[in-house]
Design a protein around this ligand. Structure first.
Ligand SMILES: [Zn+2]
Length: 62
């Protein structure tokens, strides 16, 4: 059964793989990627975005 939406989820890297959303260490959406290009895409966001924030912010100040 074919739908016109068949390629809707196909990754833009033309690998033919299904794309999925990538999130950084904070759960923030970065971009879409598939198994084939995920590493490349993450390279663009390499600035330790996959690392959780250090909890050194003064949040208990009164
Ligand atoms: Zn891809």
């Amino acid at each position: 059964m074919l739908y016109p939406f068949e390629k809707y989820n196909e990754c833009e890297c033309e690998s033919g793989n299904v794309k999925y959303p990538l999130y950084d260490g904070h759960g923030i959406f970065l971009s879409y990627a598939c198994e084939a290009c995920e590493k490349e895409v993450l390279e663009q966001f390499r600035n330790d975005v996959m690392e959780p924030y250090e909890a050194d912010e003064p949040i208990d100040e009164e």
